[in-house]
Design a protein around this ligand. Sequence first.
Ligand SMILES: Cc1cc2nc3c(=O)[nH]c(=O)nc-3n(C[C@H](O)[C@H](O)[C@H](O)COP(=O)(O)OP(=O)(O)OC[C@H]3O[C@@H](n4cnc5c(N)ncnc54)[C@H](O)[C@@H]3O)c2cc1C
Ligand code: FES
Length: 347
Amino acid sequence: MFSKLFGKKAPPKVVLEPSGTTFEVGKNKTVLESALELGIAFPHDCTVGTCGSCRSRLVSGKVDAITPFGYTLSREELQGGYILACQAVPESDLVIEVDLPSADEAPAQTTGRIVESIDLTHDIRKITWQVDAPLRYRAGQYMNVSWPGSPGHRSYSFSAKPSADGSGRVSAFIRKVPGGAFTEPLFADSFAATEFVIEAPHGGFWLRDGDGPILLVGGGSGLSPLMSLLEDAVARGVARDAVLLFGGRGARDLYCIDEIAAIGAQWKGRFDFWPVLSEEAVDGMRHGMVTQEIPAAIAQLGGSQGLQAYMCGPPPMIDAAVAVLTGGGVGLSAIYYDKFTDASTLR
Ligand SMILES: Cc1cc2nc3c(=O)[nH]c(=O)nc-3n(C[C@H](O)[C@H](O)[C@H](O)COP(=O)(O)OP(=O)(O)OC[C@H]3O[C@@H](n4cnc5c(N)ncnc54)[C@H](O)[C@@H]3O)c2cc1C
Ligand code: FES
């Protein structure tokens, strides 16, 4: 009777910018759930609010959060209107800003085996898989790997630039996590005969177009996608000034020094590599937290105007870096990152 009198409430409508993709969200569903049901390639991974892959900006409208966005997003991102689409239930029509991948960038699965394992530091290895069908990805993106009996998939960022016809060998820099379901047996060489399922591409971490300078910040195995991105930028002749900040505890945490020097030698603009050590003072190297050097790097790059920042590594490093960058005048829409979350991040 009431629905006859007042009419049935229309389901909330979502417009995604800049693509203009429009869809309705079902009752009690999240923005992400409804988008995926309709075949819209909304970026996502964990679907439970921990990885940040579905981070997008609410331009207008109101949402209710199933779990508070603040577990994963920084204070600056919350103030900037960012939400997690996998946790957002619309309370009104919405306009959301998000980069949608094109149809030919949909993730594909193949199988593969580990064919090479090289120690890079005391706790990081470069692992290479030979895959049974070429995988396409953009430099900076990541793959999801699983193996028989694995507790879900694990994500690893490609460490090399993609080849033009898809990559038959894929590699990542992987840090040993004590007690880790994947990395403990990996570092014990227990996966020699294992057939993995590998799915890619994932994520929205890649070098955006622009003329402005680039600031890259990595910690630990977070150098993996930064090397991929830089290698690819060299191959494409990108001519933008860049500073690569890399944080470790001591000199034994530094790696890929020769490869970074080779990138610097071929780079078309100005290229600076600043290793920063937090627990060891080494002559000629910066000492402290890597994020403390961000203001100096912004100054080195001529200020925040047109600057884009690219960061990968531990979630606390990313959160601290976002705060310093925004404090230094870099807009949130010019900050791109992948947080290397693991099972300990799950609530
Ligand atoms: C987008 C993305 C890209 C990534 N890229 C890389 C990369 O290039 N290189 C890299 O090294 N890593 C990367 N990671 C991290 C990687 O996916 C794994 O999370 C990491 O390697 C740990 O996996 P694991 O199976 O060894 O450990 P996990 O099994 O995930 O365990 C991690 C830690 O959590 C503890 N733990 C397990 N279960 C729980 C629980 N229920 N509650 C509390 N603690 C728990 C474990 O004891 C261990 O200490 C990335 C992550 C993301 C999201
Ligand atoms: S898919 Fe939303 S936070 Fe991971």
